[in-house]
Ligand binder design. Sequence first.
Ligand SMILES: Nc1nc2c(c(=O)[nH]1)N[C@H]1C(S)=C(S)[C@@H](COP(=O)(O)O)O[C@H]1N2
Ligand SMILES: [Mo]
Length: 369
Amino acid sequence: MPRRLIELPLLRRLKPGLYVHDEEALNAEPEVGLLDQPITPVDAFFIRNNGALPEIDHSRDWTLTLDGEVERPRAWTVEALRERFETVTIAAVLECAGNGRSLFSPPTDGLQWRLGAVGCARWTGVRLKDLLEHAGARPGAVYTAHHSPDRLIRDETRPALSRGLPIAKALSEETLVAFAMNGEPLPPLHGGPLRIVAPGFPGSAWQKWLSGITIRPVEHDGEKMCGTDYRMPVRPVLPGEPIDKSLFEVITDMPVKALVTAPVEGFSVEVGGAVEIRGFAWSGTVPVAGVSLSSDGGASWREAALEPGEGPFAWRRFRARFVAEQAGPVTIIAQARDEAGNVQPLHEAQWNPRGYCNNQAQRVRGTAR
Ligand SMILES: Nc1nc2c(c(=O)[nH]1)N[C@H]1C(S)=C(S)[C@@H](COP(=O)(O)O)O[C@H]1N2
Ligand SMILES: [Mo]
């Protein structure tokens, strides 16, 4: 049996509405109706693990080391981080790069996430930038490498994941080493005691159980950084086309997306009755510009009202009302766009061999009776 922090029955108690994809590594996502709040509660937040959960010795202080291309290698306990550096809180969307993978056709390998591998939480911690300044990053610093104790299930000698960030992102104001989520100590399932928060980057860049950072003079080549792992082809490729690894670049930005959280798939409405369509829109680097909604399968469109988010990295609530004018099937479609003119594809997002970054517009089907 792999080592685990938590057993399945306990997971079901902690996160009751989650659909469990993989019991061994513990990967689970909520039904989208559970995501209907601006700040996703921890009990509805998806979990994604590439390996076995690590065993954490709570009798010893957790330490974070920082070394590599720095003038002064450092080590801090969580308490020392809190004492020595400014604490900041940022609301930010965390989305797995594989969210929506099950919508690709032909299907790709990997967990068949539906639409729930995303959430928006308040993350509290210290800025990674402040730690790097304290240690004195050398001019040759190009990339961070993040280390954690979790191991692959089938090969305990290998880390489950060791990813990093381009130095510019590591030095950005919004990039944190976080110790709290929604005002509570960071739960073990979400990487407690410490994790990286890298708003706008895919979830894979948000290293959990962070125990070491090494500053590197080259792009980090740790576990799940190379080949096609968390990488997209720089030009479209066809299913079955031989894979040329040199075409693949690390995903550093998530595409614009909207999620309808109400009504949910299978809803029913009385003819003549009004329904509020609501949900959230978010993006990576480029801000969201707006959300178009259709309640007739795309025949007609209207602009949703978009509320401000809790800061630039949080998702934004959208709303619109529609009245069901005749009996029969109703299909709602939400399509977000960003300020650079990127729009969610109405039918198929660009297929890629590992099924990442699927931002195909969501359809929610119901019936008017
Ligand atoms: N140490 C470690 N960190 C990790 C992972 C992992 O397997 N091990 N998975 C990553 C991936 S792919 C995602 S999407 C997010 C998920 O974060 P969550 O489980 O808190 O939702 O954690 C990231 N950090
Ligand atoms: Mo992920």
